[in-house]
Design a protein around this ligand. Structure first.
Ligand code: AMP
Ligand code: GLY
Length: 433
């Protein structure tokens, strides 16, 4: 096979981790990233095209004879970038628009789960505010209210009382805080348990799993405060042990891929299941049609196999080997965010310490960074950096990541101090057994 020209779409920590991994492949000739960021620019040529400018991306891919486009974020997938590229004969990794609806519409995801008897929270869908309010009289609390469409991870609200639920419905359905995403809502049962993510690559039939991981969505330690895009992650997450992983495969992932084929929406790409491990077993909280962020920042360093080979095969409709070779290590990522995030924050703070020695097996993935007029790296987003370390065990990965966090800085930087805390009780248990 001649070497490939690759375009990665996106410019966050996930895409930096993707470009970092792709750059290690022997199959690659040149990597472009649209729009990329200062960290990515060391490994790939960054081109100033927005991930939502599908026609701009298409014109670029045609002009550079791109062999494989790898899509990071959900917005272009849900908007149909895969269908557009494939119509032009371009190879692209990511589900079609019909398949990406698994993330793009919570109503579709719940419909599929219910129809194929895949475990999830009980739910009802509403298009009318009054009907949704009337339903609140008939259910126990807490309950969970979700906007149907994409809402950048902020469209699910846990409501402890009827009053909170009415406020949430007003915000979503009347004030349209998430735009058209709020024209329908899902009201679902609150599930008790521990959350974890299972992410696999699939050719539409076979699944190649990455290690299970755990995100930290809330802004403050102890999972307090509003949700963010994710403040840190680690893998493998011991809450999903080998026996639980077999259940997740048999009860959730495989039935979902089969269901999508039966629905005439064959699913090829990354299938990400956000799970609640309940006392009755694993249940689906949500699906995503892409790598998680920050989960990608811990998962990609754990893959030993040539990722490009698998992504290329999937993009060409070929079968993949379900045994994706991995390092038997742990990885942990701490996100450094701008003070004030997920509310308002200031950009343009100079980031220092990026070029110093950070430690063995430590990587800094850029998320919200940019160059200022002097060519210095400055902050340009809520989540600024993902400080990731790998190690022979959980504790060494955690220690290295937190030690590297202390070596980079910017004004008002904020990070959680408890990334990975939940792993400890599982590790203590498995040690004492
Ligand atoms: P989602 O946007 O569906 O991923 O929901 C965002 C977050 O809300 C999840 O990561 C969970 O922490 C929480 N959540 C969503 N649905 C439920 C549920 N049915 N029960 C408990 N927590 C939930
Ligand atoms: N970290 C959660 C997500 O990527 O959706």
């Amino acid at each position: 096979m001649s070497k490939l020209n690759i375009l990665v779409v996106g410019g966050g920590g996930r895409e930096h981790a993707l470009v970092w991994k792709i750059a290690q492949s022997s199959l690659v000739s040149k990597i472009y990233c649209a729009p990329g960021n200062p960290g990515i620019s060391k490994l790939a040529e960054c081109v100033d095209i927005s991930p939502s400018d599908l026609n701009g991306l298409l014109a670029f891919a045609l002009s550079k004879t791109i062999d494989l486009t790898v899509v990071g974020p959900e917005i272009p997938l849900v908007a149909g970038i895969t269908d557009l590229f494939e119509e032009q004969g371009l190879g692209i990794f990511g589900p079609s628009q019909g398949a990406a609806e698994l993330e793009g519409s919570k109503v579709f995801a719940k419909y599929l789960l219910e129809k194929y008897d895949i475990p999830t929270a009980g739910y009802k869908v509403f298009e009318s505010f009054d009907d949704a309010c009337a339903h609140l009289k008939t259910i126990p609390f807490p309950t969970v209210i979700k906007a149907d469409g994409l809402a950048a991870g902020k469209g699910a609200l846990i409501c402890k009382t009827e009053h909170e639920a009415i406020t949430a419905l007003e915000m979503i359905m009347i004030d349209r805080q998430f735009g058209d995403a709020g024209s329908r809502v899902v009201i679902e049962e609150f599930m008790q348990g521990e959350e974890a993510s299972v992410i696999a690559l699939t050719d539409g039939e076979n699944l190649a799993y990455l290690p299970p991981s755990q995100d930290h969505k809330a802004i403050f330690d102890g999972d307090q405060g509003p949700n963010t895009g994710g403040m840190g992650a680690y893998a493998p997450a011991p809450v999903i042990d080998a026996a639980m992983m077999r259940r997740v495969h048999k009860e959730i992932m495989l039935p979902t891929v089969k269901a999508m084929a039966l629905e005439d929406r064959p699913y090829r790409g990354v299938l990400y299941a956000g799970l609640m491990v309940t006392k009755d077993g694993p249940k689906v909280v949500e699906f995503n049609c892409r790598f998680g962020d920050p989960e990608a920042q811990v998962l990609l360093p754990l893959i030993k196999a040539d990722l490009v080979d698998t992504l290329f095969r999937i993009s060409r409709g070929k079968r993949i080997d379900s045994d994706l070779k991995q390092h038997s290590k742990w990885a942990l990522c701490v996100v450094l965010a701008s003070g004030g995030y997920p509310g308002s924050y200031e950009n343009g703070k100079r980031v220092v310490g990026l070029d110093g020695y950070l430690g063995e097996e430590t990587m800094i993935f850029h998320a919200g960074t940019d160059f200022d007029a002097d060519g210095q790296v400055v902050t340009s987003g809520g989540r600024v950096l993902g400080v990731t370390a790998t190690g022979e065990d959980f504790y060494s990965a955690r220690k290295s990541a937190y030690s590297a966090v202390g070596k980079v800085a910017f004004d008002k930087a904020y990070y959680r101090k408890d990334i990975g805390e939940k792993a400890k009780k599982h590790l203590a248990k498995s040690f004492s057994n």
